[in-house]
Write a protein that binds this ligand. Structure first.
Ligand code: NAD
Length: 558
């Protein structure tokens, strides 16, 4: 993979207020691309892998350097087109048009299989963009943290009728880019969590970053810690070195049933999931014989998901955490489905997140291009001031300030809904204009959002009107954000749940403090969640209808 062109030293985005590009939009794209590949942010920067199995920021090192050069020379009325991590065209467009358009991992539907994608990837014709890896708005593990925190909080309320998970324990697996948010999200809810991770260095990294409290490679020791912490009601996160396909069934065998069971291994991609066995040997097998490796992954997934079902039968609350483990388990012959085809345990979106989508809420985020953490703290204060009655938001911001270390460019995630995103975008732009923050602020979101994704095993699982697999919505979202003046827009395939299973769009807009930008911010941050509310109105959700009425969102009359 053009390894000789790999930089000698780890990449860090430039900071400060001097730019090397002709516009702040291009500069922001450059800094966020580099931030995605910062060694403190990406799980494997040397191979350009940001998170989520093999989610990459650029196709290879040669294309990375070409993107950087293209961004540096990009004129204020030009748009750079990126095809699966490779710059392919600089179009003369308009000053108000996006500076970059990215299309990643898209395949014609009948060809949209993992095998075809892997073939094209090996030929150097494509790359996997995941969601925010290939669209340059990954902000490290924090990016999923609030969603995970809210999901655990919702489980506490729905399943245990309490506000806290104090004295309860959660079993999960995976401690990589996104999955690494689980330990701290659990302890923020006062729970005890056992997170099984096959690569010790991944746990070490999260302990060092402050996301996880302790690690061990002994199950007995972990169980002892869990017992004590649950008894005294002490929040505790434990990383256990092991394979979920071995540890989960062993816990069933011992009758040690957690209160909540989930998992966030990269099961969406059988070549990223790690089967039982020696990791180094398996790495060689993946190269030599991908088909045999895939079969081994399926065998391990069968044990892993079989144990989740057994734990559910024994009383644990089971939830799928967005990695397609259930569908892979079904392929492996595990009876994970009901006779009507629905899954025996729910995905986290239909179970806990969809009501938020009906209000246009989603993982809104911003990053400080100045590199100064004080900018984020200033915006935190403005956030609490802008929504003084929102107690959950205040609690989140206070916890985030205390518990979340910044990695790479300082950033903040905060789920905001229709109306509030546009309002807050303008607040941020004003702070830039008045010089209360040191530089422009990048505003964006995950592709996992209310109107930007079609994903029948995740975001659109079990839609009321059966429209789970309708892919028109993310396309509408993509086009709306492009014509409304986002700084860069993206359209991807296969994020979260793997090839053939999802289509999704991303948007980023830079608050540069100008008046003109205020108009674009208001437009983009309104229509982006607006099409999300419309999507849920169309599918028949009452809450979405109420949101549309209350917020005067125009839905054509029936
Ligand atoms: P990652 O590749 O950065 O980390 C996954 C970790 O799982 C790795 O550290 C890997 O060593 C470990 N692992 C693999 N197989 C294992 C096994 N059998 N037992 C124990 N550990 C194992 O990926 P990520 O960014 O953490 O994402 C994980 C999954 O979550 C992906 O499928 C991704 O698509 C999905 N995802 C979900 C959401 C969401 O909102 N729910 C968001 C982003 C990603």
């Amino acid at each position: 993979m053009s390894e000789e062109l790999r930089p000698q030293d780890p990449i860090h985005a430039p900071t400060g207020t001097r730019r090397s590009c002709k516009t702040w939009d291009a500069e922001a794209a450059l800094r966020m691309l580099m931030n995605n590949l910062d060694d403190r942010v990406a799980v494997d920067w040397k191979n350009l892998i940001v998170y989520g199995g093999t989610g990459r920021a650029a196709r290879n090192w040669k294309e990375y350097h070409r993107i950087v050069a293209a961004l540096k020379s990009l004129a204020p009325d030009e748009t750079l087109c990126i095809q699966s991590g490779k710059p392919v065209y600089i179009a003369k467009t308009d000053q108000e048009a996006p500076r970059v358009i990215l299309a990643n991992s898209n395949l014609v539907p009948a060809w949209a299989t993992p095998e075809e994608f892997d073939r094209l990837d090996r030929m150097g014709l494509m790359m996997y963009g995941q969601m925010t890896a290939g669209s340059w708005i990954y902000i490290g593990t924090q990016g999923i943290l609030q969603g995970t925190y809210e999901t655990f909080a919702a489980i506490a309320k729905q399943a245990f009728k309490t506000e806290s998970l104090c004295g309860k324990w959660i079993l999960t697996a995976g401690m990589g880019g996104m999955s690494g948010a689980q330990p701290v999200a659990a302890t923020m809810n006062e729970a005890v969590i056992l997170d099984v991770e096959v690569r010790p260095e991944r746990i070490e990294r999260k302990v060092k970053e402050g996301y996880c409290d302790r690690m061990t490679d002994r199950l007995d020791e972990a169980l002892e810690w869990i017992g004590t912490a649950c008894r005294i009601g002490q929040p505790l996160s434990i990383g256990l070195v092991g394979n979920a396909g071995e540890v989960y069934p062993e816990l069933v065998r011992r009758g040690r049933i957690p209160d909540i069971v989930t998992d966030q291994t990269p099961a969406h991609d059988l070549l990223s999931y790690v089967p039982i066995g020696d990791v180094a040997e398996l790495d060689r097998l993946r190269e030599r014989d991908p088909k045999a490796y895939r079969q081994k992954s399926l065998d391990t997934i069968a044990r892993h998901a079989g144990a989740i079902l057994a734990m559910q039968s024994a009383g644990a609350v089971a939830v799928d955490y967005g990695n397609n483990l259930r569908a892979q388990a079904a392929d492996a012959g595990v009876p994970v489905q009901n006779p009507d085809g629905s899954f025996k345990y729910p995905g986290f979106v239909p179970a806990y997140i969809r009501p938020l989508f009906c209000e246009g809420k989603g993982p809104f985020r911003w990053a400080a291009l100045s590199g100064d953490p004080k900018d984020i703290h200033r915006i935190d204060r403005a956030l609490k001031g802008a929504f003084p009655k929102d107690r959950a938001l205040k609690r989140w911001v206070d916890l985030a300030q205390r518990k979340i270390p910044f990695t790479g460019l300082p950033a903040r995630i905060c789920w905001l809904g229709y109306g509030d995103r546009a309002k807050f975008g303008l607040v941020i732009n004003d702070l830039v204009r008045k010089g209360e923050v040191k530089g422009p602020i990048v505003i964006g979101r995950d592709h996992l959002d209310c109107g930007s994704v079609a994903s029948p095993y995740r975001e659109t699982e079990g839609m009321d009107d059966g429209s789970d697999a309708v892919g028109d919505w993310p396309l509408l979202n993509f086009a709306l954000n492009a014509i409304s003046g986002a700084s860069w827009v993206s359209f991807h395939h296969g994020g979260g749940v793997g090839m053939g299973n999802s289509l999704h769009a991303g948007m980023v807009i830079v608050a540069d403090g100008t008046k003109r930008r205020a108009q674009r911010l208001e437009r983009v941050l309104t229509v982006d969640p607006g099409i999300g509310v419309a999507r849920h109105v169309d599918a028949g959700y009452d809450l979405a209808r109420q949101t549309a009425q209350k917020k005067k969102i125009k839905i054509p009359k029936k």
